[in-house]
Design a protein around this ligand. Structure first.
Ligand code: GTR
Length: 440
């Protein structure tokens, strides 16, 4: 009896293994990214200037109504609906070092405390303010991937004690940052250069807002949100990108009341998944005066309907916690999406927005990123602004912009000095920023 049972169990175990293997290899084979332009399906983009009932948008005030409609569509079908400002929000200045970086900057650390529904949570904003200009300065706000201490090796910066993805290059083990992780992502954050050009830089570790793994929205800020924002059966739940974007808005809540900051010149930027987040923050929070998407790809600047590189189905299966439940209805079904990403770009209008791609980052579909900026132009035009100055994709390393901009650089999926030079120029141009640095 015992032997028969063991035999049965063994056979069962073996067949489970075979099935698991077959299933995983089928799944692995299932997704073959398309990198061939001739295999991009024919598609028709929804018109940002046509209401859902078919009537046309002819005036800026009609656009305001259509803008709300598009925002609802992105909330309901892509990113989910975010709560607003929490009941209780306080800023605790934990550090204020006036002569940081050899006197170049004032370094501040602000702990942002949020309380709601008898739950509390906090996350830290690291802020560098250039000392030279004797007036409020414009600011770039962006989330970082590896903790505030990864942005610059300065020992004054507090090492995050939150959960992180393990990363050998950044010396992050057992999901904790080590002191060797100081400055590990500094190539993405040329702090001194940004300060030299008269800008402040603010950053928050995204995992302090919501750790980046699929936990059923139990950790990070999610438990503070009312049930309606968490209920996945509603389809438009606030998933992780929504929570990170919500965190960016709390960063803006702080920045707009810091007297050292010019709160009419606040730029939001992000790379990759955090580029998707920066776009969603820019769309939902118009206090961001300028929006920057760096290699944001699928679910960011790239048009979903092109299905080039990463697709909706692929991103939703790799990262089921990034977008709302309803977005999954469009896996392998992009043509039914009520929006596409050019409409996300259009939500920035009339504010400046720029998207950057990298030549080797085909996964993020550079052409799809270009096209979504291009197809946002009619909305900018209606509001008296100019879209891109070109019809076709520009050559490598040649930024093109009016109020909307695009650049593709050499190299791979990254945020680097070249990108920052473009963003600083773009910001100078739009903020009409006379850097009176030498005249003070
Ligand atoms: C990739 C993902 C991209 C992008 C990237 C990142 O794995 O497929 O959509 O978000 O991660 O954020 O680094």
């Amino acid at each position: 009896m015992g032997r028969l049972f063991m035999k049965l169990m063994k056979t069962l175990f073996a067949s489970v293994l075979v099935w698991a293997f077959l299933l995983s290899s089928a799944q692995a084979q299932e997704f073959e990214p398309n990198y061939d332009e001739s295999k991009v399906p024919d598609y028709e983009l929804p018109d940002p200037l046509t209401f859902s009932d078919g009537s046309k948008v002819n005036t800026p005030s009609e656009w305001e109504k259509r803008r709300k409609e598009i925002l609802r569509l992105f909330e309901n079908y892509v990113y989910g609906k975010m709560p607003g400002k929490p009941e209780n929000l306080t800023f605790e200045e934990r550090k204020n070092i006036p002569d940081a970086l050899d006197g170049l900057a004032t370094l501040k650390e602000i702990r942002i405390h949020v309380k709601q529904n008898s739950q509390k949570h906090h996350f830290d904003l690291l802020l560098f303010i250039p000392n030279k200009p004797k007036k409020p300065v414009p600011v770039f706000l962006g989330l970082n991937f590896d903790g505030n201490q990864s942005v610059h090796p300065d020992k004054n910066i507090t090492i995050t004690d939150s959960w992180l993805r393990n990363d050998e290059d950044c010396k992050i083990y057992n999901h904790k940052a080590t002191k060797d992780s100081r400055g590990c992502s500094r190539t993405r954050w040329p702090v001194e250069r940004i300060l030299d050009r008269g800008y402040a830089l603010a950053t928050i570790y995204y995992g302090e807002i919501d750790p980046d793994f699929d936990d059923g929205y139990q950790n990070g800020v999610h438990p503070l949100f009312d049930e309606q924002y968490l209920d996945t059966s509603r389809g438009n739940n606030c998933a992780s990108i929504g929570a990170w974007a919500w965190g960016l808005s709390r960063g803006a809540d702080y920045l707009e009341q810091d007297p050292a900051i010019d709160n009419e010149k606040m730029a939001v930027l992000g790379h990759s998944r955090l580029g998707k987040t920066a776009l969603w923050a820019g769309a939902t929070d118009q206090r961001f005066d300028l929006v920057i998407s760096n290699c944001s790809g699928c679910g960011g600047a790239a048009l979903s309907r092109r299905q080039f590189g990463e697709t909706v189905g692929r991103i939703n299966s790799s990262f089921p916690h990034w977008f709302c439940e309803n977005f999954k209805k469009y896996n392998q079904n992009e043509e039914e999406l009520p929006v596409d990403q050019h409409m996300l770009m259009a939500l920035m209008a009339p504010r400046p927005v720029i998207a950057a791609s990298a030549k080797q980052d085909q996964w993020a579909d550079p052409k799809g990123e270009f096209l979504s900026v291009k197809h946002a132009a009619p909305v900018y035009k209606l509001l008296g602004k100019k879209g891109l100055p070109v019809e076709e994709m520009p050559v490598i390393n040649r930024p093109v912009y009016n109020t909307t901009g695009y650049v593709i650089r050499n190299g791979g999926h990254d945020l680097n000095n070249y990108n920052w030079e473009v963003y600083l120029d773009f910001a100078d141009h739009h903020f009409d920023y006379n850097r009176l640095l030498n005249q003070d």
